[in-house]
Design a protein around this ligand. Structure first.
Ligand code: DGL
Length: 273
């Protein structure tokens, strides 16, 4: 028999968020601001990070495991706070799960639509830049050739150790970005959720090596707005004022104590506006 009882006014279940590791904490910061009454369960797959150097099949499997675990814990919606997992697995996750799934994606659209004739540097994992979903997104841009894709292996490994200093990434940035030395760059897309944590390092490198506007873009604010739309439209909102102080439960496949210390620190440090 169909259940005809009215849908309850509020849904106090938490929202699940996952990433290969700490990167999704940059997304979570926006989610906490955009949805002040909600509680979150964050899963960092720190044991398996980085995803960005793995095959599409491996990333898909890891993303499915992470999502299943969170759904099993009773989340009412899921946020894929990992551009790499979005590229490899978003379609499969939406087909597989009964809860709504929102994801982060490289913010090349606002970067490409901004005024100027300078190039747009899209920094992301090697997997993201090569996968069909991202390639299709790039092809939809008004001038796809404006975008230069740079797969940046090595950055995530270092951030996973808790390293985020302004001068700590010059070696990797020089190695990856030397071919574009002196170029006019109007936009730099942080196409991996780990990268907002090292925005000062990227800005500093860009100021010394490129001309142009060098504006930074990431997809986190857009993801938070989309999650809010989904929660509102499906009437999944938590009861106002009930979230309490401790709104984030942290889970990891790595060492819990060590990882939670880094995670909580990253949730607090200043990042780019
Ligand atoms: N933070 C992730 C992303 O947005 C993945 C990084 C990685 O594990 O390589 O792509």
């Amino acid at each position: 028999m169909t259940d005809r009882s009215p849908k309850p006014e509020y849904d106090d279940r938490p929202i699940g968020v996952f990433d290969s590791g700490f990167g999704g904490a940059s997304t979570l910061r926006n989610l906490l601001l955009e949805l002040p009454d909600e509680r979150f369960i964050y899963f960092g797959d720190n044991l398996n990070a980085p995803y960005g150097d793995k095959s599409e099949e491996e990333i898909l499997l890891l993303a499915e495991n992470a999502a299943d675990m969170l759904v099993h814990r009773g989340v009412k919606a899921l946020v894929v706070a990992c551009n790499t997992a979005t590229s490899a697995a978003i379609k499969a996750l939406r087909e597989r799960l009964d809860v709504p799934v929102v994801s982060v994606e490289p913010a090349i659209k606002p970067a490409c639509e901004a005024e100027g004739d300078g190039k747009v540097l899209m920094l992301a994992t090697v997997a993201t830049t090569g996968l069909a979903r991202y390639r299709a997104l790039q092809a939809r841009m008004p001038d796809p050739d404006r975008v230069i894709n740079v797969g940046c292996s090595g950055i995530v490994d270092r951030i996973e150790k808790g390293v985020v200093g302004e001068t700590d990434f010059d070696d990797i940035l020089s190695e990856k970005l030397a071919p574009y030395e002196g170029m006019k760059i109007d936009g730099i897309v942080l196409g991996c959720t780990h990268y907002p944590f090292i925005a000062p390092a990227i800005k500093r490198y860009a100021a010394a090596h490129f001309t142009g506007e060098r504006r930074l873009y990431d997809g986190n604010a857009g993801t938070a707005r989309q999650l809010k739309r989904v929660i509102d439209s499906r009437r999944l909102n938590a009861r106002p004022g009930c979230a309490g102080e401790d709104r984030v439960t942290f889970l990891t496949s790595g060492d819990h104590e060590e990882c939670e210390t880094i995670f909580r620190r990253l949730l607090e440090i200043p990042i780019h506006d």
